[in-house]
Design a protein around this ligand. Structure first.
Ligand code: IVH
Length: 666
């Protein structure tokens, strides 16, 4: 076989395997036997090995999963991935309908769809090729999980038309795959996944795509981000178009002329949902007319043209074994019920919040009681009521302590509050919780610094306040349990990278009372720098529409503390960014200096880590690949660059050193 024939055969095999894959995974109607499919796949793998010049990133052979990653790169969504408002009954749906009709300019109808309980992802196609897949993350920034998503058989690597699109969908794990996976876990004496959603999320978070590849994940696509721009007029048509493109769309959606038809659809699924081979947690209702969707627009959090109906929470009975207290980051003392493990709405529940002392009294909750548990919003377990008829007399009444369980200072009940508080600002529990908050995803978003690591760092006295995070040394970290070279390097890199976070994340992370992430963004936008905010007076603050007296008061008192001033000064010295820049679309476009370029990095770098540089190039529009070829546009070479540099020079590829890179990206 000569090169030309090999190329033709490879193309043919790819077309066939894509076609068979589509029938198998998307249409659930296999066209050939598994053996036949495998045989063709083996032939393709062999040819690609023999003729590496024809390797392609979207060949069906990538389905088995490529090389493991170091970590996931963050990606900014072109359009935010929002969540939906909730409806719990027919009345909520009718209210939603009334608001939608009032806001619309003409008559509206709806599309109702199953709300798949999995993980939202965005799939970017360029020229019909799957180029990037990302998690939802915080809605603005997600993680690039392309390599894992490529292993999901029902995600087409090539669409049937050469279009540029961003598709949104839900990746999930069907029940049978979930059960199979947990059986294997059990056999290996590993802890099982609590529910299919966690299993799906856990699989997509694996750095080794081969693992995701074995997990039998599936997807339903439910939206095209640029639906109107490409000439679609209704959501139902968007669903139809996605199907035409080869994307997997849930077959059980229904076009409804009015809200009563929607309610009928919702009711029809109350029982039927248990017969589906996958988990759904509700029904999503969307205004079908895309121009009316646009008219209705969005609130800060969610679209006004869609709502999620949530199925009623399941209630179950179990025994309350103990009540323990936890101290939150603001010193709030919360009693938690420890329960006999019980399945509620798909997960095993062992703990439930009892909220506060008053509620314990009100429900007369005693240790040893039989209690009814449900999950609020199907997520947070809580004790609904006590079954006092079932008491044996051995139950124990619970009394709240007078002193903090962590630091033993006296607890106080502030005026107008129902909760008890520890008001010792040095209380270790509060400090620890504050640190956990600081590094969390919605605050500084430091990967690899979960609750457990913070606990460890704290108990080893390596950190006392947030500034200590930026002074951590490699050798200290290496002494911690379960911390190898690699995780330490990743952690230090993530900490370093967090210094560049915009001001709003830092502000939110500081944990100033009543300043949530939204308020933090508003403050950052208004004042632009930490300094200006530190100088802001009560009047300056309340002049902002969304800031009330209570928040303004909390902000000014926070900044008037000498400890706060000292901490901020220290963070500034450590190099944390204290400014907020509003990105204008023109600016960011102009800055895409690596747009459409394929860049290779090599050699030892001084100021940048490889990952940082890769992220930067990607943020500026470039694509980073591993080896130099005729497709390479630029090589960035550090010290001792070696063979890649030679190859680049041979091919006449442009070469920059680190200093030039610095200069260009500044
Ligand atoms: S539409 C802006 N349709 O539910 C509207 N979402 O809270 C975007 N979900 O994050 C959502 N099935 O992960 C939509 N058929 C469906 C869905 C669906 C599941 C998830 C999605 C989203 C969440 C909404």
């Amino acid at each position: 076989m000569d090169e030309q024939q090999a190329k033709e055969r490879i193309d043919k095999l790819r077309d066939l395997l894509d076609e068979y894959g589509h029938h198998y995974y998307v249409l659930d109607a296999p066209k050939v036997s598994d053996a036949e499919y495998d045989q063709l796949m083996q032939e393709l793998i062999r040819l690609e090995n023999e003729y590496p010049q024809f390797q392609s990133e979207n060949s069906p052979t990538v389905r088995v999963g490529g090389e493991p990653l170091d970590r996931f790169v963050k990606v900014q969504h072109r359009r935010p991935m929002l969540s939906l408002g909730n409806a719990f009954n027919a009345q909520d749906l009718r209210d939603f309908d009334r608001r939608a009709r009032e806001g619309a300019t003409g008559p509206i109808s709806y599309t109702a769809e199953l709300k798949i309980d999995g993980l939202a992802v965005s799939l970017t196609y360029e020229n019909g090729q799957f180029v990037r897949g990302a998690t939802r993350g915080d809605g603005q920034t997600g993680e690039d999980i392309t390599v894992n998503l490529k292993t999901v058989g029902s995600i087409p690597l090539r669409l049937k038309e050469a279009v540029d699109l961003e598709v949104r969908g839900e990746v999930f794990m069907p029940h049978h795959s979930f059960e199979q996976l947990n059986k294997v876990k059990e056999e290996n004496e590993e802890p099982p996944f609590a529910n299919p959603r966690n299993a799906a999320a856990g699989s997509l978070r694996q750095l080794d795509p081969k693992i995701a590849g074995r997990r039998n994940l599936d997807i339903f696509c439910y939206a095209i981000a640029e639906d109107q721009e490409i000439g679609l007029t209704s959501h139902a048509k968007a669903l139809g178009y996605m199907k035409e493109l080869g994307l997997k769309v849930n077959p059980d959606h229904k076009y409804c002329n009015n809200i009563e038809e929607v309610i009928e659809y919702v009711e029809s699924w109350l029982e039927k949902r248990h017969d589906l081979p996958y988990e759904i947690d509700g029904i999503v209702i969307k205004v079908d007319e895309l121009d009316e969707q646009q008219t209705l627009g969005y609130t800060a959090k969610s679209p006004r043209w869609a709502i999620a109906y949530k199925f009623p929470a399941e209630e179950v009975i179990t025994t309350l074994r103990d009540i323990k207290l936890t101290v939150g980051r603001t010193g709030a003392i919360t009693p938690t019920a420890y329960l006999d493990p019980v399945q509620v709405a798909g997960t095993t529940v062992q703990r439930a919040s009892l909220h506060n002392e008053d509620l314990i009294r009100e429900k007369d909750t005693r240790i040893g009681d039989q209690v009814v548990i449900k999950k609020a919003g199907d997520i947070i377990p809580e004790v609904v009521r006590v079954l006092d008829d079932l008491r044996t007399g051995d139950e124990e009444e619970f009394t709240m302590p007078t002193h903090c369980p962590e630091c033993e200072s006296e607890l106080v009940r502030l005026e107008g509050e129902v909760i008890l508080r520890c008001v010792n600002p040095k209380c270790p529990a509060q400090v620890r919780e504050g640190l956990i908050h600081f590094v969390s995803r919605t605050a500084m978003n430091i990967d690899g610094l979960g609750e457990k690591v913070i606990q460890q760092l704290f108990s080893h006295e390596l950190i006392q306040d947030v500034s200590d995070l930026y002074k951590l040394k490699r050798e200290d970290l290496l002494e911690l349990e379960r911390m190898g070279e690699k995780s330490v390097s990743n952690l230090l890199e993530a900490i370093e990278a967090s210094k560049d976070n915009p001001l709003d994340r830092l502000l939110f992370g500081l944990g100033i009372r009543f300043v949530g992430s939204k308020a933090a963004r508003l403050l950052a936008e208004t004042f632009g720098t930490m300094e200006k905010l530190q100088e802001a007076t009560m009047e300056d603050l309340v002049a902002i529409h969304e800031v009330g007296e209570k928040m303004a008061d909390s902000i000014t008192s926070y900044f008037s503390q000498p400890e706060a001033e000292e901490l901020i000064g220290e963070l500034r010295q450590l190099g944390l960014n204290m400014t907020y820049e509003i990105a204008t679309p023109e600016a960011s476009e102009a800055e895409q200096i690596f747009a459409e370029q394929t860049v290779v990095l090599t050699g030892k770098l001084e100021k940048w880590t490889r990952t940082e540089m890769k992220e930067k190039v990607e943020a500026l529009g470039g694509k980073v690949t591993g080896s130099v070829s005729t497709k390479t546009d630029l090589l960035i070479a550090g010290e001792d660059a070696g063979s890649k540099l030679e190859k680049a020079e041979e091919l006449g590829v442009e070469v920059w050193d680190e200093a030039r890179f610095e200069l260009e990206v500044k």
